[in-house]
Design a protein around this ligand. Structure first.
Ligand SMILES: Cc1cc2nc3c(=O)[nH]c(=O)nc-3n(C[C@H](O)[C@H](O)[C@H](O)COP(=O)(O)OP(=O)(O)OC[C@H]3O[C@@H](n4cnc5c(N)ncnc54)[C@H](O)[C@@H]3O)c2cc1C
Ligand code: SF4
Length: 476
């Protein structure tokens, strides 16, 4: 423990954000670093608890948080970087966009503000890149065995890196034009600039990982080819089948899935020219975002930057409380109201709202969304929370663009899943054993494709577990 009294002497200091008036004019990152001196002070707040809940309960990759906090307090940045990388292949990603499950279980957060763990993680790895400490780590000995990884989101990337470092030849097949999955074609640049993914991809290429992009496995290459040409196959295709809103008017022009919108803006930022007739633009429009979660918040930030008029976000569930309730104690994840940087940039948030009908004009263009207010006060007979519509509470939201951000149901059940004959679980995700083996010999799966839509840090953790399983399979 660096400083026994750090948590008494120092208050939590958040990393600064660029002012709203400036940041909404571009897609560059909102958050800025703390000075190293201030960050070292923040690390001194760590109490080095006997039982570090941040590490054991909170963080899915079990980052060694108290140890790296201590190292930062003692200015041992390079040692801290090695420790960080021993658990997490992509700390520059989690350091930017992880919801910091660790901080929710930080002991300090029982009655004070948690240690700024995510920010410390980010600045450790960024110092590593700046100093040139992060270089390719190719395997000393090659096995001659070949592994195909399908999908290059965080799960596939991390697994590919770990398998290559064990000496196997890895080819990552990706259907999009560049690797990264949702990191590249979902999460907006103002949360995660794509140059941070490219830097890590270069390291992986230096370790021998080959990326074959623009290749849809199951369509451009067959399942049979994969099974014949590789000693093991790892499926990391994400959970990309979106939940839809099947209400009247769904087919009107101006109603889109959130991912269509977010992906298009990320491609435009990359320099891709999108023809005007395919462009989904929020400029000058009234927007309704359906879904109160993080994807919805990302849509709000992009709409604001595109020059939207009014933005309203509606959510079926009631507004969460400002603080923890009795049935949601530390160190569990707090189910509380969260305000993202996009919300700060301006939008109305409406809770306990049901969407009834999209209404259009004679040309089939969206003009408004008919809604109804919901009453969640009475649980059903089994005690579960449920809602009923409040009679006479119908109202309309003016909207020329509606973005559906209601989550994802399961992975796509396309030719790859069918031709590999992969068994699915009751939710439609790929069924795996505890060692992530699928129902087909030599085929493994990981990430959202197995868990359902989740978080980057969980995809990283599962990618590492999958790599261990594949490496063990190849060592037989
Ligand atoms: C808009 C949005 C914002 C998010 N923000 C956050 C956040 O801030 N923090 C956080 O922790 N999590 C966030 N998430 C969740 C997080 O991005 C996912 O949990 C994570 O990306 C899952 O990783 P994955 O590798 O399993 O799948 P994905 O990232 O979905 O990658 C799967 C890849 O497989 C490819 N693929 C699919 N089928 C094939 C095929 N047949 N052949 C070849 N390639 C194929 C896809 O093109 C894709 O590149 C967000 C999700 C969304 C949608
Ligand atoms: S990966 Fe996420 S949960 Fe783990 S230490 Fe980093 S910010 Fe916390």
């Amino acid at each position: 423990m660096g400083s026994p009294t750090g948590f008494i002497k120092h208050a939590r200091e958040e990393a600064p954000k660029r002012p709203v008036s400036e940041r909404v004019k571009d897609f560059a990152e909102v958050e800025q670093p703390l000075s190293e001196e201030r960050l070292e002070t923040q690390a001194a707040r760590c109490m080095d608890c006997g039982i570090p809940y941040c590490h054991m309960v909170g963080c899915p990759v079990r980052n060694l948080v108290p140890d790296f906090n201590d190292m930062i307090y003692r200015h041992q940045w390079r040692r801290a970087l090695e420790l960080l990388h021993s658990r997490n292949n992509l700390p520059e990603i989690t350091g930017r966009i992880c919801p910091a499950l660790c901080e929710a279980s930080c002991t300090l957060s029982i009655n004070q503000k948690a240690v700024t763990i995510r920010q410390i993680e980010l600045q450790i790895v960024e110092r590593g890149w700046k100093e040139g400490w992060i270089q390719p780590e190719p395997a000393a000995v090659k096995s001659g065995k070949r592994v195909a990884v399908i999908g290059s989101g965080p799960a596939g990337l991390v697994a590919a890196q770990q398998i290559a470092r064990a000496g196997h030849d890895v080819v990552v097949f990706e259907r999009d034009e560049h690797p990264g999955g949702i990191l590249r074609y979902g999460i907006p640049d103002f949360k995660l600039e794509k140059r941070f993914i490219d830097r890590r991809l270069d390291q992986m290429r230096g370790e021998g990982v080959v990326f074959e992009t623009g290749v849809e496995a199951g369509v451009d290459i067959s399942a049979r080819y994969l099974l014949r040409s590789f000693d093991a196959v790892l499926i990391a295709i994400g959970a990309r089948a979106p939940r839809d809103l099947k209400i009247p008017g769904r087919d009107l022009k101006g109603v889109h899935q959130a991912m269509e919108f977010l992906t298009q803006q990320n491609r435009i930022n990359e320099g891709v020219a999108v023809p005007e007739d395919r462009r989904i633009s929020a400029a000058g429009k009234n927007i309704v975002v359906v879904g109160g979660g993080d994807t919805g918040a990302d849509c709000i930030g992009v709409c604001r930057r595109q020059g939207a008029a009014e933005i309203q976000q509606i959510e079926l569930l009631p507004q969460p409380p400002a603080g923890r309730e009795a049935d949601n104690p530390w160190p569990t994840w707090p189910r509380i109201l969260r305000t993202s940087s996009s919300h700060e940039e301006g939008c109305a948030r409406l809770w306990s709202i049901g969407a009834k009908e999209f209404v259009g004009d004679a040309q089939g263009r969206l003009k408004k969304l008919r809604c109804v207010r919901l009453d969640w006060s009475a649980p059903d007979a089994s005690g579960r929370a449920t809602f009923k519509e409040i009679p006479g509470s119908e109202f309309e939201i003016k909207a020329e663009l509606a973005l559906l951000a209601m989550g994802f149901v399961h992975p796509e059940h396309g030719p790859l899943v069918q031709d590999l004959a992969l068994a699915l679980d009751e939710r439609g995700n790929i069924k795996v054993t505890p060692r992530l083996a699928t129902s087909t010999e030599g085929v493994f799966a990981c990430g959202d494709a197995v868990m359902g839509a989740s978080l980057v840090v969980r995809a990283i953790d599962m990618g590492r577990t999958a790599a261990e399983a594949v490496n063990a399979h190849l060592a037989r």
